[in-house]
Design a protein around this ligand. Sequence first.
Ligand SMILES: [Zn+2]
Length: 311
Amino acid sequence: MPLVTMKQIMADSVKRATTDVDPAERYAVGAFNFSTIPEMVGIVEGARSKNAPVILMASLGAIKYIGSLELIAETAKGIAKTYPEVPICLHLDHATDMEQIKQAVVAGFTNVMIDASQEEFEVNIAKSKEIADFAHNHSPYGINGCSVEAELGMLAGHEDNIHVEESGKAYTDPALVKEFVTKTGIDALAVAIGTAHGFYKAAPEIQFDLLEAIRKETDIALVLHGGTGVPEDDFRKCVAMGMSKINVGTGLKKVYTDAVREAIKTLPETEYDPRKIAGPGRQAIAKEIASKCDLFNCTGKTPDVLKSIYA
Ligand SMILES: [Zn+2]
């Protein structure tokens, strides 16, 4: 199966989030950061083991490290061919450079995030709209071959090129949501409701009443950033209240590195095979993704996702 857009991969989840279904039937699609190509494969293997759709998330740091947008896009395309049973979306995370975002669309990313959340509201609208118009019309996969996520409000924490102090954070204002979504034409909205990027110093206080208010304002997909270290019950509650995508980055880096460190510690010093050293990292990632699929209630949802895309 070719790569699918975020709009497609979340359509079934969004439908459940915005209609009167049993909250226990709702689920979010996991979006996972990678830094290396083997991690991309590990993420997809984890999703496959749970018959779940998955979003591969490239940060600006990952692009720099791996080499180029094109290298990542072509690799993701190859992974999609290798794992045809898994619905996969390739997503550019937290981008601010308009030209780079357009380049990602042309390279074959199937979702891009324009993060102009630090700008004035009107500028955020203008930039997000420019990207939405471009992405919907310039994907090599055709019209609407790439969808768009934008952010309203500001998360505290550190994410590659973006750093927001705790004092500088701003919750998403529900009163602005409808106007923002309508004027920009975006497909998914990242909201700031109390989570943060990176590791938490103290447990986050998620503003569930705010989530409820935002959910009422729009019927596009809502996205939760800062998914590392959020208590499991809070995740479940967010999903039941209509969150359709959950981003996890920082925690995966730890899972990967812990596994590699352990391998180096246990293997004899004469072992030089990178597959034996880094391989456990990829396996640990797959295991972690599998458990996140369970937590986000996304396990076994591939048939429903495919039905909503290809029906
Ligand atoms: Zn984020």
